[in-house]
Design a protein. Structure first.
Length: 182
């Protein structure tokens, strides 16, 4: 496991598990965001589909979290996602994704169960929603952009991420990534 050099001992780190996107999807999202969105577009390196947000966890839990993510990724059936609508909350704009056959939802469910079993995760009250956060804002702009013409796509892999907060926005770093379907 690649633990960042700046993380040592019993320090706590902010972690999440996510599906990563292939370069062609990232290219299309980058161009779409530049052309269609006037707000603070999420930069390419931070685009992902969150499976589980873990918050601040002790560094010593990283191996178990990575193992749970590896096992859930290995058990994954082929995933096909496609943007179906744009949605805003009070602080983000997202593309909601259709999950053909429910394979992404099954990976999220499997991972949630594994993370709960090792005591590092508590499910949210609402069901998991496959989505891509694409824009962040302080005041809801009520955008109505056309959906990007991505067509169906498959995530490239799953990963455990380290998230560092900074005044310029969160910085995400892949700690370890895993192939989907073994």
């Amino acid at each position: 496991m690649k633990v960042p050099a700046s993380v040592e001992g019993r320090e706590r780190v902010r972690l999440f598990c996510a599906l990563r996107l292939p370069d062609a999807v990232l290219d299309a999202l980058e161009a779409w965001g530049r052309d269609e969105l006037s707000e603070r577009v999420v930069r390419r390196a931070n685009l992902h589909i969150t499976l589980a947000f873990l918050g601040h966890r002790p560094v010593g839990e990283l191996d178990a979290i990575a193992a749970a993510t590896r096992e859930a990724a290995a058990a994954a059936e082929p995933i096909r996602l496609e943007p179906v609508r744009y949605r805003e909350t009070r602080s983000v704009g997202m593309l909601v994704l259709a999950d053909e056959g429910g394979a992404a939802g099954a990976v999220a469910e499997d991972l949630h169960q594994r993370l709960e079993e090792i005591g590092v995760y508590e499910r949210e009250g609402r069901p998991w929603l496959p989505h891509l956060t694409i824009v962040r804002f302080r005041r809801r702009p009520r955008l109505d952009p056309p959906i990007p013409a991505l067509g169906p796509f498959a995530p490239s892999d799953a990963a455990v991420y380290l998230s560092r907060l900074s005044p310029s926005g969160a910085q995400y770093e892949v700690v370890e990534s895993f192939a989907l379907g073994g």
